[in-house]
Design a protein around this ligand. Structure first.
Ligand SMILES: Cc1cc2nc3c(=O)[nH]c(=O)nc-3n(C[C@H](O)[C@H](O)[C@H](O)COP(=O)(O)OP(=O)(O)OC[C@H]3O[C@@H](n4cnc5c(N)ncnc54)[C@H](O)[C@@H]3O)c2cc1C
Length: 307
């Protein structure tokens, strides 16, 4: 790192700048090495200013939501992590089309809670997903047959080349657990998102949320993980294929294919990111050999890995 770059980063970020920050603390799988630089951005405006600054300096960076869908190498990553702490949530309570607008660092749990309190339906499916609004808009998070694409009204996005964009759901290139921006990582920052909700009552919304929570608790394991590791292939389930391949309970180092739900890889507290990488490769190879199915990753890797 040149002295000049260090000085420029220090001048822009001031006290917010940290170096060599380990990602195990910031990811739900509780693994991952150190990123070169790390800073928190506390408003959407600050997030945008930080991103513009880093693009101008050609410093590679990623936005960190709740770290529930990303695996950082044990060797770390020579870039900057902008930890998204922009969390404001507001409502436009127009009776015909209520809208919830959130900064992208808002936790999905907070958004679901706020919508429930106001008796607004549409976001219940996100209960129990430990991510942020930005992570959900980026990856088209979903559950119980519903997803982000179905309720997103408008996303405010800062694109590296195109500047500020206001995109509707139809303009996000949404596919199952994917978007244009997930297919070109690092090129855009989701700043805010507005969602179309449906007038209901707090009691009815709460009932639906509790139903989903119950379903999740009865079908998903506890313990550190990234949730579903692989996307479900067309007309099938990744978990079913992994189990049918005889991999349930398989361990590499401190990571195990969950005996409860085979698409969840659980850290027993001693796992490394490389253990995850190896178990993921083993699962993909075994399922490919047995069923000729390529299991595509839902999660993302960052940094260098050994095969
Ligand atoms: C127990 C458990 C259960 C889960 N259940 C589900 C489920 O039911 N359905 C589902 O879809 N997912 C599920 N997940 C996965 C995960 O929670 C979601 O994908 C979530 O949307 C990821 O959000 P995040 O904030 O944690 O993203 P992160 O992991 O922090 O980031 C993921 C990617 O998104 C990018 N990103 C994040 N924010 C922004 C932004 N503002 N702008 C640009 N890029 C951004 C990051 O740079 C990174 O590339 C589960 C995970 C766990 C651990």
């Amino acid at each position: 790192m040149t002295e000049k770059l260090a000085l420029e980063l220090q001048n822009h970020f001031g006290d917010r700048l940290q170096t060599d920050v380990h990602m195990a603390r910031y990811t739900t799988a509780r693994v991952g090495g150190a990123v070169r630089w790390f800073a928190e951005s506390t408003t959407a405006a600050q997030l945008a200013a930080d991103a513009r600054f880093l693009w101008e300096l050609a410093v590679p960076f990623r936005i960190l939501g709740n770290g529930s869908n990303i695996l950082v190498s044990d060797h770390g990553w020579q870039g900057m992590m902008l930890s998204n702490q922009a969390k404001a949530v507001t409502f436009d309570l127009n009776p015909t089309q209520p809208i919830l607008k959130a900064e992208s660092g808002a936790a999905l749990s907070a958004v679901v809670r706020a919508a429930t309190e106001r008796g607004l339906s549409g976001f219940e499916w996100a209960a129990g997903i430990p991510g942020t609004v930005g992570g959900a808009v980026y990856g088209n998070a979903g559950a119980h047959g519903e997803d982000t694409a179905q309720i997103l009204a408008l996303a405010e996005i800062l694109h590296r080349v195109k500047g500020i964009l206001s995109l509707t759901s139809a303009q996000m290139g949404y596919q199952y657990r994917s978007s244009t921006f997930k297919r070109e990582p690092g090129q855009a920052v989701i700043l805010t998102a507005s969602f179309n909700l449906i007038p209901s009552t707090p009691a009815l919304v709460k009932e639906k949320v509790e139903g989903f929570n119950l379903k999740r608790r009865s079908s998903q394991p506890v313990g550190a993980s990234m949730g579903s590791t692989f996307k479900n292939p067309a007309n099938d389930f990744a978990g079913r294929l992994i189990e049918a391949a005889g991999l349930k309970g398989t361990k590499v180092g401190g990571v195990e294919v969950s005996p409860v739900h085979s698409n969840f890889l659980i850290n027993d507290g001693s796992a490394s990111a490389q253990d995850y990488h190896q178990l993921i490769s083993l699962v993909q190879k075994t399922v490919k050999n047995k069923f000729s199915v390529d299991l595509e990753l839902e999660i993302e890797f960052l940094g260098e890995w050994q095969d």
